[in-house]
Design a protein around this ligand. Structure first.
Ligand SMILES: *Cc1c(COP(=O)(O)O)cnc(C)c1O
Length: 227
């Protein structure tokens, strides 16, 4: 896909979000689009920023460091979300670069983030990732422990958790996973739900998503061969 195609993709996705909001009886603008730019370089991302979009997601700290500091300098109102697993030795860089970290999923990460946030005087907004499908290869906390973990983030680490995030198993109907995340958010007393990707964001909106993370429907097919 060319750059122009990415802008067309953005407009299509925004229109689809708007009709999904309407269909679900939700107010216009209640769902935010996180444009997932992983594997795409700054030249591919820039037209989407210039078209007015400001919220982006990356899944790797190292990759994000290579392109976003410069773009953030140029466009100070950008909002960057970390949507991939976080290693504790990257907490420092993650706190310095990201505005939202969606993948808090264990005690060690919570305590490293708390420490870095104090040190740097930065307060990225935080989500807890839940492994709704209990997939061994996937990050995220066990759904049965989610509410207690959110509570411990508050009481033991002084972290305000804003929402929950999930990535349903690729080969399952996502609806039940979205419904579970909504229920857990209610139990945990958090407001926001990051769920839904290119293939299922309309479904996620019907189940209450407040952020959808959409990559290929905007930027096109990802080529991983370059590493
Ligand atoms: C890549 C990725 C997305 C976007 O996936 P698409 O299917 O391209 O929309 C969303 N969420 C996470 C966590 C991702 O890693």
């Amino acid at each position: 896909m060319t750059d122009i195609a990415a802008v067309a993709g953005l407009k299509t996705v925004l229109a689809e979000i708007e009709s999904a909001e309407k269909e679900a009886g939700r107010s216009a603008g209640s769902v935010r689009l996180v444009a997932v730019s992983k594997t795409f370089d700054a030249d591919a991302i820039r037209p989407v920023i210039e078209a007015g979009h400001r919220v982006f997601g990356e899944n790797r700290v190292q990759e994000a460091l290579a392109k976003w500091p410069r773009l953030k300098n140029e466009f100070p109102d950008l909002e960057l979300h970390l949507i991939g697993p976080l290693q504790s030795n990257k907490a420092k860089e993650a706190v310095a670069l990201f505005d939202v970290i969606e993948t808090v999923d264990r005690e060690k990460i919570a305590s490293e983030l708390a420490k870095e946030m104090r040190k740097q005087g930065r307060e990225p907004r935080l989500y807890v990732q839940v492994n709704t499908g209990l997939e061994p290869q996937k990050a995220g906390i066990d759904p049965r422990e989610a509410a207690a973990f959110v509570a411990r983030c508050r009481t033991e680490h002084g972290l305000a958790i804003e929402g929950l995030m999930c990535i349903p198993p690729a080969d399952e109907n996502p609806g039940p996973h979205f419904a579970l995340l909504e229920k857990l958010a209610h139990e945990a007393g958090v407001e926001r739900l990051s769920m839904g990707m290119s293939g299922d964001f309309q479904t996620a909106i019907a189940f209450g998503a407040t952020e959808v993370r959409v990559g290929s429907a905007i930027f096109g097919h990802r080529d991983y061969t370059g590493g």
